[in-house]
Design a protein around this ligand. Sequence first.
Ligand code: URA
Length: 209
Amino acid sequence: MAKVHVFDHPLIQHKLTYIRDVNTGTKEFRELVDEVATLMAYEITRDLPLQEVDVETPVCMSKSQVLAGKKLGIVPILRAGIGMVDGILKLIPAAKVGHIGLFRDPETLQPHEYFVKLPSDVAEREFILVDPMLATGGTAVEAVNSLKKRGAKNIRFMCLIAAPEGVKVFTEAHPEIDVYIAALDERLNEKGYIVPGLGDAGDRLFGTK
Ligand code: URA
């Protein structure tokens, strides 16, 4: 069964407050999302496997630990997910980056892929799928479907803010996938925005309206 991890680290919560603030401008918003993504990446990688190696220090030979060759992939859901990629790459610079673009059919309201580009060795990678907002859950569910369809076996999903409605939809659709969030908010409003949320993450990241 999926685990939902809510990060209560004070630095994450502090920065998230300024991310939410309507008076925070595009430049600062982008920098804060980047910083929170780095902090979340630190937490999310806690369980990566290690292997023992020999290391020669200036004093003697010693045994020490390095990451056990796990191949990581970061996959932002376009477009707002892009705002989280560099922050994660700061800690995991060797990770490959894929992209998934989805649009919502205006009639059926169902998400459809319009762009998918992933590293070639999909089945061997551990993917961190990222999107700042988990709102209705439809897009995230479809993004995981896209990854699975192409052979991805290990996926975790990371977002800044989630609505309970989205968490339910996502965890029911993909019960084996762990979800990492900085805040679980109250609800969705009638326009599909998370309350209190942060508004439209893409517009705030890229300065569009
Ligand atoms: N997408 C956003 O950017 N914001 C929301 O509140 C919900 C979905």
